[in-house]
Design a protein around this ligand. Sequence first.
Ligand code: APR
Length: 180
Amino acid sequence: MTPEWKISPGLSVVLGDITKMRVEAMVNAANSSLLGGGGVDGAIHRAAGPELLKECRSVGGCPTGEARITRGYDLPAAWVIHTVGPVWRGGDCGEEEMLACCYRSCFSLVEERGIKSVAFPAISTGAYGFPARRAAGIAVQEMILALEKGKSLKSILAVCYSPESCQIYLDALEACRKQR
Ligand code: APR
């Protein structure tokens, strides 16, 4: 049983492996080549199978802050939304705005395709070194906005890979609720 905290209508924090999530689309924390890597990127490509890489090759890359959509192949999700998060360089190079752009770019594709459910990893908080608390604050803000504005979107899973990361998301959601 995957531990899950239902926070507000449509938004859940889930502890687990994003490749196991039963959603229409899962977001990949990719690099600008879109040709695979470690972390989430490696897990998604392994679970999706070689067809995913083949389609990614045809996409021709993705700039930081933007997103591209492909099929999910052997994943439980019909779609993979690849986004390229900012590398953390200390916080004075527009990293926070760029991370927010990643979430907005993903949600634009979700709305374009009429996707109802999407799972996100904690973009940029692994290899790219973005401080987890600051990233979670940006993520939950964009997720709540997307649920309020969205037409097709009904469910977002914020998938955390450790109990600590879950707690960070729960704290971020609490802080967001207090601000509103
Ligand atoms: N499911 C859910 N979350 C995961 C999984 C998984 N299977 N694997 C890792 N994570 C978590 C990490 O613990 C981290 O919190 O996802 C978050 C993002 O970590 P990374 O995957 O390292 O992504 P990022 O920090 O955005 O770095 C992207 O790493 O893998 C390469 O090709 C990728 O160059 C790109 C860079």
